[in-house]
Write a protein that binds this ligand. Sequence first.
Ligand SMILES: [Zn+2]
Length: 409
Amino acid sequence: MQDRELYRQILGIESPWKVERVDLRRADGEVHVFLEHDEQVRWRCPQCNAECALHDHQPERRWRHLDTCQYRTILHAQPPRSDCHEHGPRVVRLPWAEASSRFTALFEALAISWLREASQKGVAELLALSWDEIHGILERAVERGLTRRGTEPIPHLGVDEKSFRKRHRYVTVVNDLDRSRVLFVSVGRRKASLDGFWETLSAGQLTSIEAIAMDMWDPFVASTREHLPDADQKIVYDKYHIAAQLSKAVDQVRRAENKLLRASGDERLSGTKYAWLRHPANFTEDAWREFRALRESDLKTARAWALKETAMRLFDYHRESAARAFFELWRGWASRSRLTPMVAVARMLTARLDNILTYLKHRITNAVSEGLNSRIQWVKATARGFRNQQNFINAIYFHCGGLDMAPAH
Ligand SMILES: [Zn+2]
């Protein structure tokens, strides 16, 4: 039959497999291709690769394949079991699909390449797949990718947290800062959330870690101290997190002062919130001139702002001794400021100073490359469609893990 040979070639079916029958179900828009194998074939045990006789067949299974001429194409076959002397009856490896999949390898490869570009919903519609099928393909892809990962050195890491859906639901993310990829994702932001990461590393990778950036968040610090040798020399508190803490304190000063001023009809601070929070480099020249009267005023907010901007100069130093002397001056100034939020933040930075100054040696922050960041943001933005946290985690690995996820074949 000519169509059998045609389908054998189109589907790439190779000996000992052949197309036994092609059943076109026009009304359903489906073509069903039934595969059989030659008699007298020796099969390889999937465990030890030894040549064995046929033991028996499993009941017929189906695999969705790439469409042919817009017909949904479904392969049918009875998977043979090899009769290994050592391992007994085992289902042999089939050339068109991985063991657990209801799709052929080519179909999964197509779905994976679409999922890289389009939303899960879009791909589900395009390929007529259910949510569960989409998530299955995604999960297997990530699993393959993680298994294939090498044990190359990972000198610079960043531990971060991402909020998921509503407030107070988090995932912990470990980034490889050198290769701009996500290495690890887990639920929550507790110590246990990070503990799982260390188990994924080889001994060589663990010793290759030179520095790890993180927020001033004790559960992450505790996990790192427990698992990473010489952690105290390697933990670097993120510069941007420190800036955020200082900004928060400035904003507290501004809110309190604004309230008092407005009570006496003074509107100087009204509508100025973002000027105090903006990085000086991000002002236009005009805006900076306009801001001058405020920042040079005798307002408490202006003093708090000057404290914040001065503190950030710490990160320009290269020698630790000079940085320590500078910080000591700043700390004295802050603690005499009588601005309660600034006094509190100065106390916190003093307690954390050793792992703030590690920045001078390692010069890393938690900020990831623009490319990785926009991909993470995209996954977050489309997170609404994810029914649970595991789907969200898989999507982060899928889009940001830099993984080799194609089905084997
Ligand atoms: Zn065997």
